[in-house]
Design a protein around this ligand. Structure first.
Ligand SMILES: *Cc1c(COP(=O)(O)O)cnc(C)c1O
Length: 455
């Protein structure tokens, strides 16, 4: 075991040390090599060292370097050193986090991490929830609690009787709600399209004055951090209107909710603490390894009612049992990494991480704008949308930046305009990474724009 694990550690360290130099996206040849993995199920056994060697030799060249500082695609954090090390230890420990009897440590660290996250985000101190795989399942879980509560209020027991014949629920979403929110609604039988859609402004913020009539059968879904612009719905106003009508407010705050952790950004997310349930990710801005999402509910009883199960062999103690709050039962112990991340950062380190990322996003925007490129969003958080000209030119620039490999950014279409998305979310992005990436972006954009002008 010792040789195997120390050898594996060496492979991992070598990879991490290569991040500075390697192309951020693998070459087509390295991806082609992955074909060697496609073989029939082997009938013979193989030594673990040999298995790891194959994995390392074929796998490492094909890796995407999002663990490094120049990956700006989607919204993807890296892994903080303490969180990565805790993840290794947790792998060796192999704890099942479903209950206190399967792992007292996993249950304790989940409870503590959830409390710390609520504290960091300045959410109500008596809220409670669970660790899940990501914001998709956190949205699912928060909305399951909401579905329970609004139907209970109308005298319907949805967990036992299902939705057939149930009083209708009204679901209100913004026009720019995240695609995963619709998936969660679909999974809950509430329908991906059976929603009332509220128009948004140029940043993707819901217009509070355009809300439809709300009542106690309503679930309003608001967003902290639009995946393109980073913008926030007007939570203060919407929560006030919704609560006056007896409606439930659910927040999709996969990354944007973390603005609440920093005094300089908290005003952007003002009012989000007034909601009834919150979905967020730890694997995005808290920079823990994949996968890790968090659902928090103002009154955790509603989540319990939506998720709890009983069986004669399942433990029923005085302690909070994680499996009563999660869609899954057996689970890996995600609380371990979040505990390590928050313990190593402390509140001040978390603030510094978020503010640094936001500062770098501003730097990207300022420099690109100074070179004559259009920034399509108000850069208030960590997201930048840049257009290099026409849709065709912008598309070509994005493809060339991705092929160049100095950094990686994805494309998007924002309210009809093709743009490149820059998301600064990693603890390890330095100013030098930003400068190096800007130099590559500007060199490539100039080349393509000049070439197009000649043709
Ligand atoms: C990333 C994201 C999600 C989905 O999160 P996963 O962790 O991928 O499940 C949902 N909503 C928003 C706003 C996001 O940015």
């Amino acid at each position: 075991m010792e040789n195997l694990l120390t050898g594996t550690t060496r492979h991992a360290i070598k990879f991490l040390e290569s991040l500075e130099q390697r192309k951020v996206f693998p070459t087509p040849e390295a991806i082609e090599q992955l074909n060697s993995f496609y073989e029939p199920l082997p009938s013979q056994s193989m030594k673990p060292e040999e298995v790891i060697n194959i994995l390392n030799n074929l796998g490492t060249p094909a890796l995407v370097a999002n663990a490094g500082g120049r990956y700006f695609g989607f919204v993807i954090g890296g892994s903080l050193p303490a969180a990565l090390a805790a993840n290794w230890l947790a792998g060796a420990w192999d704890q099942n986090a479903f209950s206190n009897s399967s792992s007292p440590l996993a249950a304790a660290l989940e409870e503590i991490s959830l409390k710390w996250i609520a504290e960091a985000l300045v959410l109500p101190s008596d809220c409670g929830g669970a660790f899940v795989t990501g914001a998709t399942m956190a949205n699912f879980s928060g909305l399951a609690a909401a579905r329970h509560k609004v139907l209970e209020d109308m005298g319907w027991d949805v967990e036992n009787d299902g939705l057939f014949g149930a009083p209708p629920i009204k679901v209100v979403v913004g026009e720019e709600a995240h695609s995963t929110l619709f998936k969660a609604l679909g999974l809950l039988g509430l329908g991906r399209k059976r929603v009332l859609t509220v128009p948004v402004d140029g940043q993707g913020r819901m217009k509070a004055e355009a809300l439809p009539p709300l009542d106690k059968s309503t679930i309003v879904c608001i967003q902290a951090g639009n995946v393109n612009t980073g913008a926030f719905d007007p939570a203060e106003e919407i929560c006030a209107i919704a609560h006056a009508a007896g409606a439930w407010v659910h927040v999709d705050g996969a990354f944007g909710l973390w603005a609440l952790a920093t005094p300089n950004k908290a005003h952007l997310a003002a009012g989000f603490k007034n909601a009834d349930s919150w979905a967020t990710d730890a694997h995005k801005w808290l920079n823990v390894p994949y996968d890790s999402g968090v659902v928090l509910v103002r009154n955790p009883k509603h989540l319990y009612k939506a998720m709890s199960i009983s069986a004669t062999y399942l433990p029923e103690g005085m302690k909070k049992e994680p499996f009563h709050y999660t869609p899954e039962t057996s689970r890996r112990a995600r609380g371990i990494e979040s505990w390590a991340a928050l313990k190593s950062l402390g509140r001040l380190g978390l603030i510094e991480l978020i503010e640094r990322n936001c500062r770098f996003a501003r730097l990207f925007a300022e420099r690109l704008r100074a070179e004559g490129y259009e920034i399509l969003n108000e850069v208030q958080l960590n997201q930048v949308l840049v257009s290099f000209g026409s849709a065709e030119i912008t598309g070509k620039v994005i493809a060339a930046i991705q092929a160049d490999g100095t950094c990686w950014c994805g494309g998007t279409t924002w309210q009809g305009h093709v743009a490149m998305r820059i998301s600064v979310s990693s603890w390890c992005t330095t100013e030098e990474d930003v400068e190096q990436s800007l130099a590559a972006m500007l060199r490539i954009a100039t080349e393509i724009v000049d070439k197009e002008a000649k043709e």
